[in-house]
Design a protein around this ligand. Structure first.
Ligand SMILES: Nc1ncnc2c1ncn2[C@@H]1O[C@H](COP(=O)(O)OP(=O)(O)OP(=O)(O)O)[C@@H](O)[C@H]1O
Length: 280
């Protein structure tokens, strides 16, 4: 297994000196080339888990291993793509994608060739000379994905990369990401609040419960790629996951709202895309 979490617990000390346990006894194995999504209510520890694989956070107990070695910090084999593209506004699209390659001491010519290849992979070759402010949100995220891909990490860690995008753009990016994943064979760990997104993209979905976050259930998504959004089996799986999540959502909302919250089953169904942010 390429990524292994063994008995992972994570505790944070809050500003009032109280201890907050975010993850409890998480055991998870992710194979090389697998596309796996992490789903769960807001605050259940998804980003904390991803950051531990990235080497940006460390378990309080337990181990995180990548290719058999304990993670001690960030490495070239792992790159995170965040919700915000984080492009440098003063650099062109091409320069943004070249930046990491130049830091790795590639010649300007080599960096430019690789960056153009990356941009073509996300269908933005024509926009190489544009600046970030000239691009839409979806295009910026595609540049961010190209910037990560050209560095050729084995593992791509994606923390709600499409959360800020409208539904149409998101669907286009789903198709592109599926193509990229199939073409490159990268391992992808993908965080989302959107059940449909998880079902459309992943081979496995890990549902985290709260609090502290532990694995509530793991779902295999059997459908082949490219996925059909109208597939009845996928719709059925969405419903199944939604029902499991309702219980967890109720716990979170009850904790946040106390007596003011009167949870009714089916409450979440009003959101057709089942976005499960804390604003629901
Ligand atoms: N460095 C930190 N210090 C203290 N508490 C933290 C720290 N990082 C995260 N937390 C807390 O840990 C909990 C889990 O946070 P995390 O961001 O991992 O959850 P999440 O499931 O990704 O949430 P969301 O879906 O809202 O992004 C939250 O209550 C958060 O406030």
């Amino acid at each position: 297994m390429q990524v292994v979490l063994q008995g992972v617990n994570k505790l944070f000390t809050k500003s009032n000196n109280q201890t907050l346990q975010v993850l409890r006894d998480v055991d998870l194995e992710i194979g090389a080339g697998e596309f796996i999504s992490l789903l769960g209510p807001s605050g259940c520890g998804k980003s904390t888990l991803l950051n531990m694989v990235a080497g940006l956070e460390f378990p309080s107990n337990g181990k995180v291993l990548v290719n058999g070695k304990q993670v001690k910090g960030p490495g070239r084999d792992r790159i995170v793509v965040f919700q915000e593209s984080g492009l440098f506004p003063w650099m062109s699209v091409l320069e943004n994608v070249m930046y990491g390659l130049l830091l790795r001491k590639l010649s300007k010519k080599e960096a430019e060739e690789k960056a153009m290849e990356g941009l073509r992979m996300v269908h933005l070759g024509r926009f190489a000379k544009s600046y970030p402010h000239e691009l839409s949100g979806g295009m910026k995220q595609r540049v961010a994905i190209a910037r990560a891909l050209v560095l050729d990490p084995e593992i791509l860690l994606m923390d709600e990369p499409f959360a800020a995008l409208d539904e149409q753009t998101r669907m286009v990016l789903h198709t592109e990401l599926q193509e990229i994943w199939q073409r490159t064979g990268k391992t992808i760990i993908f965080i989302t609040h959107n059940i449909r997104e998880a079902v459309m993209l992943s081979q496995r979905i890990v549902l985290l419960g709260t609090r502290p976050g532990c694995i509530k259930k793991v779902y295999q998504v059997q459908a082949s790629f490219p996925r059909d959004p109208g597939d009845a089996l996928l719709a059925h799986l969405e419903q199944k996951i939604l029902h499991s999540l309702e219980e967890e959502m109720a716990k979170v909302l009850k904790e946040e709202m106390g007596d003011e919250y009167n949870f009714k089953k089916g409450h979440i169904h009003r959101d057709p895309l089942y976005n499960l942010g804390s604003d629901i």
